[in-house]
Design a protein around this ligand. Structure first.
Ligand code: TYD
Ligand code: MG
Length: 456
């Protein structure tokens, strides 16, 4: 006879316990345990069967395995294709996460529209919106493709039934947190439901060659809601991000089994949906005022894409006992380190100054290649000396003030030359200073002191 079993599952990390607990011993989250009921399978063997039951395969010598991963199929949307490594791979699962209202459903619908135009059969299963709401969005996006099927459905079993019937090339599930399986008693969005539903859809995708796009919610702190296993199960994890008050959106790949991770695609949200931004450096530098103190241009590398960004620093006399250090878009600790290096190596005193550093445009960057630019922006604002607006800074700064090499310098220099920059301060590295880029004068420097001497 089948018996149901009650367990308590942490909604943050997926840990399970037979008793309720106030604090999860695994992830230290408070009040995250939720009661979940499983209907135990009637036969003992079935209980031990794995969730994903692929066709049994025999071991074979590694020399005989084909390296073909399956080819990428272009979506005809260069920014999305770039993030996915050239398009989608049949049979793969792609998870898209992002804050509410950022444009996940819009991106999905535009993707499906493009695929429908490429004669693919696509199915959009939404558990969040009514068909009329989807239609309203489709009208804004000018979607009139007959091969784009839409269904508003939350039940996993019925979605699987539809997949069997219509055999789509691509299915989009918006969102995986709203889908539930009838076999589980817990509410949609709980760890076990998300795991079970995503698992079943991914298994179906792998066995039929259908690609699936899963939309995932994010939690308050910005990570994907649901268990971490969700990220392990899919082939590709994309985050859709933006800064409040900005219309541009960045699609970033966190994991990609079929291409480079950390690649970014840039879009702009307009009245007619998402528009691709093929030259993001131009967008980020478009509002720059020329020859003002505290503003410099740096080069950051996102995946394999060089981006030129404006760094702004403001150094003003502080009326506070402990002066303020505020960094937006770059790491606070990194800025504190550069301030300390400037004080020690260059000999300026910043202990009575408020320092604000900002990446214009609202982008968040973690690359150390920005160091040289940030230090120069701080110095420029402190002394009130503008830096020539056709200058780019590239280089990591070490604790003794030395300027260290960065990777893929060539690529960054080419981007700077393309956008019409005339001077570039770079690290002094034998192999790297050979590069000769037309129209761009290179200034290799060993230390930040040397850089300051050449500048002012
Ligand atoms: P949506 O795709 O519904 O976001 P998500 O699925 O991530 O919650 O996008 C919602 C926002 O995008 C909403 O605030 C309206 C805006 N939007 C536009 O500005 N232009 C458009 O063409 C569309 C479709 C939406
Ligand atoms: Mg949505």
């Amino acid at each position: 006879m089948s018996k149901s079993k009650t367990v308590y599952t942490c909604q943050n990390c997926g840990a399970q316990s037979p008793k309720w607990m106030g604090k999860c011993p695994d992830c230290n989250q408070w009040n995250s345990y939720v009661e979940e009921t499983y209907a135990a399978p009637s036969s003992g063997n079935a209980a031990r069967a794995p969730l994903i039951d692929l066709n049994p395969t025999q071991p074979q010598p590694i020399t005989e395995i084909s390296a073909e991963l399956g080819e990428h199929i272009s979506i005809n949307m260069p920014e999305l294709d770039r993030v996915l490594g050239g398009g989608y791979v049949p049979g793969s699962a792609i998870l898209i996460g992002g804050d509410p209202g950022i444009g996940k459903s819009t991106l999905i619908l535009q993707t499906l529209k493009n695929l429908a135009q490429l004669n693919k059969k696509v199915l959009y299963a939404s558990g969040e919106e009514s068909a009329a709401q989807i239609k309203t969005r489709a009208e804004r996006l000018d979607v009139h493709e007959k091969s784009l099927l839409v269904v508003t459905e939350n039940c996993l079993e019925r979605i699987l039934e539809m997949i069997r019937k219509h055999k789509p090339d691509v299915i989009a599930i918006d969102s995986v947190q709203t889908i539930y399986s009838q076999n589980l008693a817990s509410a949609p969005g709980t760890v076990s439901q998300v795991r079970e539903c995503a698992g079943q859809i991914i298994t179906t995708a792998k066995s039929t060659g259908m690609a699936c796009l899963l939309v995932g919610h994010v939690t308050k702190d910005g990570s994907l809601a649901g268990p971490k296993v969700l990220e392990h199960m899919v082939d590709c994890v994309l985050y859709f991000e933006s800064d409040q008050g900005h219309t541009f959106r960045i699609l970033r790949s966190i994991k990609n089994r079929f291409g480079a991770a950390n690649e970014i695609g840039v879009f702009e949200m307009t009245g007619e949906g998402l528009k691709e931004v093929s030259n993001p450096s131009q967008l980020f530098l478009s509002e720059r005022s020329q020859n003002t103190a505290g503003s410099v241009v740096v080069s950051s590398l996102e995946g394999t894409r060089p981006l030129l960004l404006e760094i702004q620093a403001l150094v003003t006399h502080s009326g506070l006992g402990t002066p303020r250090r505020t960094a937006i878009g770059v790491d606070n600790g990194r800025v504190a380190l550069l301030v300390a290096v400037l004080e020690k190596v260059v000999g300026i005193s910043l202990s009575d100054q408020d320092i604000f550093v900002n990446v214009a445009g609202g982008l968040k960057v973690t690359e150390p290649a920005l160091d040289l630019g940030i230090s120069m922006a701080i110095y420029s604002s402190f002394r009130n000396l503008p830096i020539d607006h056709k200058t780019v800074f590239i280089g990591e700064v070490g604790l003794t003030g030395e300027v260290r090499a960065v990777n893929l310098l060539d690529l960054r220099l080419k981007e700077a030359a393309k956008l019409g920059f005339a001077h570039c301060f770079t690290p002094q590295n034998k192999s790297q200073t050979k590069n000769n880029i037309e129209g761009l004068e290179l200034h290799p420097v060993k230390t930040i002191e040397e850089c300051l001497h050449q500048l002012f």
